[in-house]
Design a protein around this ligand. Structure first.
Ligand code: MG
Length: 176
């Protein structure tokens, strides 16, 4: 089970994920988390580096969509529109149907879709259960939903257990 919590790749932030590497690894579609991955929690501002990264993704012929568990349609829509990509809100990650909804939007499948997010228990676990390529990013800031803050503690415990009791390395090497 611990394998499910190990991302394929890890990056300090969304804009530092190498688009060239995604292309090399055959990725054609990206399912991207919103809160603390694209923008700070409850903030609709997309930083200039993130906006520029989306242009590079598009230029590389990679499709992207937002798949967020956030229940506020308007908030998810505003951010997705700023970078010109479709979205799913109230997505119920880590459930499989959340990721399938994303792949339906992208027109991609298990072999060429990557999931990008900041949480092990929603983004990485859900993507790995479907056999997708998964990329863990460091959360943009630590201001977040109380439920998420509690899950961070569980994440820390999980990583500690992986380090001490299993042969599964909790993280893949960081890019940069
Ligand atoms: Mg998030």
């Amino acid at each position: 089970m611990f394998e499910y919590f190990r991302p394929t790749l890890q990056a300090p932030s969304l804009d530092l994920i190498s688009v060239e590497q995604l292309v090399r690894d055959g990725i054609r579609g990206l399912i991207i988390d919103l809160d603390n991955t694209m923008t700070p929690w409850n903030d609709v501002n997309v930083g200039p580096k993130v906006a520029e990264w989306f242009i590079r993704v598009k230029d590389a012929g990679i499709q992207a969509c937002v798949v967020s568990n956030n229940k506020k349609r308007q908030r998810v829509a505003v951010v997705a529109e700023r970078v010109g990509i479709p979205f799913v809100f109230r997505a119920t990650k880590p459930r499989r149907k959340a990721f399938k909804a994303g792949m339906d939007l992208l027109g991609t499948g298990q072999k060429d879709t990557a999931v990008i997010g900041d949480q092990l228990f929603t983004d990485i676990l859900g993507g790995n259960r479907l056999g997708l390529y998964t990329i863990l990013v460091t959360p943009i800031n630590d201001h977040e939903f109380i439920g998420t803050r509690l899950m961070r503690r569980v994440e820390k415990l999980l990583v500690w257990m992986m380090k001490h009791f299993t042969s599964v390395k909790p993280f893949s090497p960081k890019i940069q």
